[in-house]
Design a protein around this ligand. Structure first.
Ligand code: FES
Ligand code: FES
Length: 168
């Protein structure tokens, strides 16, 4: 029998406390315990990037972390991108430039792009490709994703110039 361990996490601005089996991955915790099923699980080996979430603003593979390792941390999942039903500019850009087909990989891409554009608001194509190197998509061929990231960057820069601080 495994002893349950208490964890306390803030996810998308909401504080959660739960008792978990110490072997529970962060991905399984988010999906199973908090019902945040936007974080997808593909390979469960740290290869595909579908499970990418932001931990204290930095992208991590939620399949490679235990929930107990994230105790006390602040997380952002794909559900945290939209704002009162309005899509985040990164999500809008992926829709407009057809950066997704089946959408299975998309949450991981969106979170990785969120991190990239916060650090590099005007990335070169090389920087975009480099940042996305850890994300696997089986459908799009990546060109549409590249265009989506360029458009997302432009949208975010335009919002920033206009003084909008709604999306970060
Ligand atoms: S499910 Fe985590 S990297 Fe593939
Ligand atoms: S859109 Fe299908 S795996 Fe990327």
């Amino acid at each position: 029998m495994t002893t349950q361990q208490k964890v306390q996490l803030t996810v998308n601005g909401v504080r959660h406390e739960a008792s978990v089996d110490p072997r529970t991955t962060l991905a399984d915790f988010l999906r199973g315990e908090l019902a945040l099923t936007g974080t997808h699980v593909g390979c469960e080996h740290g290869v595909c990037g579908a499970c990418t979430v932001l931990l204290e603003g930095r992208s991590v593979r939620a399949c490679l972390m235990l929930a107990v390792q994230a105790d006390g941390a602040s997380l952002m999942t794909v559900e945290g991108l939209e704002d009162h039903g309005k899509l985040h500019p990164i999500q809008e850009a992926f829709v407009e430039e057809h950066g997704l087909q089946c959408g299975f990989c998309t949450p991981g891409f969106l979170m990785t792009v969120h991190e990239l554009l916060r650090n590099r608001p005007d990335p070169s194509d090389e920087e975009i490709r480099d940042a996305l190197g850890g994300q696997i998509c089986r459908c799009t061929g990546y060109q549409a994703i590249l265009r989506s990231v360029r458009l997302a960057a432009a949208k975010l820069r335009a919002g920033h110039v206009a003084g909008s601080t709604q999306h970060s």
